[in-house]
Design a protein around this ligand. Structure first.
Ligand code: TYM
Length: 332
């Protein structure tokens, strides 16, 4: 039986952080052995908010390098850049005729972006979820490993796929957001005010490229309180978030110790954060070092990107052939 198709993407709008890792990349690495995987850098999407392309090249190469440094094997998966696959743009155009202004205007991320950049409410921003649907459907992917913030976009992708199938015939499967086992993940910022993000609130976000001192400083400044006063109380979300991070980087006995301390109301947040900081430093070190080495090797990166583009284009072209046939756009 052929393997299920998996697809996911990351925008090159800044440095990757623990939210990207925990919400998405960790799953990519796990999925690469079980599935037929396509992972890409969404450079077209980044133009909706970052029209200046001076930093783009470096950011794209860094995202590729960081994905490999986190364990993605470019031999096993197709790792490519969105703009190298023009078939996505063609599918985006067809899907645009099936997407309605009203539903696009209601999208949470669109409303957020309108608030953040009122001077640049461009059409690409409005149709962002359509481009994202094209990314997914061009490979007829069924599983899409993403963080919680992408849930609504996935629902829209399913709607566009269904509309297409209904109008022109069955071409697309229904793509689902994916996380191993549980709910989709949302990693909060360390000051407890929102999610970790590539470009906002940088002192409360831990980036994969942060050096040891900076990681320690950020974690020691993370929001805590004077501790629980009743045994076995529910953790406030900013404390739960720190435990989530600890779950990612610390050993089971360490996690259990601090959970027990919390439940017995004798947790010392200073010690807790010190431990978390040290474990985080150890966790990030090999990723940072490997990523830096890969970024130096431009020839290697060039080879990865070009092989990835070939793999992605071959599959995307087959889908577009089926799409044009279904639509009756095959005149030759
Ligand atoms: P982007 O670049 O914002 O984020 C990349 C991935 O990281 C996840 N993520 C988080 N997960 C948990 N906690 C956080 N604080 C956090 N911040 C980010 C995101 O959910 C995402 O999985 N629109 C997408 C890029 C994209 C895409 C696609 C994704 C374009 N086309 C097709 C999947 C399929 C985005 O902006 O992700």
């Amino acid at each position: 039986m052929s393997k299920e198709v998996v697809l996911s993407g990351i925008r090159p709008t800044g440095f990757l952080h623990l939210g990207n890792y925990f919400g998405a990349m960790r799953n990519y690495v796990r999925m690469q052995d079980e599935y037929n995987c396509y992972f890409f850098v969404a450079d077209w999407h980044s133009l909706t908010t970052h029209p200046d392309t001076k930093e783009l090249r470096n950011s794209v190469l860094r995202v590729i390098a960081e994905n490999i440094a986190c364990g993605l094997d470019p031999e096993k998966v197709a790792l490519y850049v969105q703009s190298d696959v023009p078939e996505i743009a063609e599918l985006y155009m067809y899907l645009n005729m099936l997407a309605y202004k009203g539903e696009l205007e209601k999208t949470t991320t669109f409303k957020e972006k309108v608030r953040l950049q009122p001077e640049n409410v461009n059409a690409g921003l409005l149709t962002y979820p359509v481009l994202m649907a094209a990314d997914i459907l061009v490979h007829r992917a069924v599983k899409v490993p993403v963080g919680k913030d992408q849930e609504q976009h996935l629902e829209m992708a399913r709607n566009f796929a269904e509309r297409f199938n209904h109008r022109y015939g069955d071409v697309f499967p229904s793509p689902q957001a994916f996380n191993y086992g549980t709910e989709l993940v949302k990693i909060m910022s360390l000051d407890g005010t929102g999610k970790m993000s590539k470009s906002e609130n940088q002192m409360a976000t831990i980036y994969l490229a942060d050096d040891e001192e900076l990681v320690r400083k950020k974690i020691m400044k993370a929001k805590t309180d004077s501790g629980p006063t009743e045994a076995n109380s529910v953790k406030p979300d900013y404390i739960e978030n720190l435990f989530t991070l600890m779950g990612l980087v610390s050993t089971p006995d360490v996690i259990e110790k601090f959970n027990t301390d919390f439940n017995n109301c004798n947790i010392r947040y200073g010690d807790f954060k010190k431990q978390l900081a040290e474990d985080m430093v150890q966790f990030l070190k090999p990723i940072r070092e490997k990523s830096a080495a890969i970024q130096e090797d431009k020839a290697y990166l060039g080879k990865i990107i070009s092989t990835g583009a070939d793999k992605a284009r071959a599959n995307a072209a087959a889908t577009l052939k089926a799409v044009r046939e279904a639509m009756g756009l095959n005149y030759l």
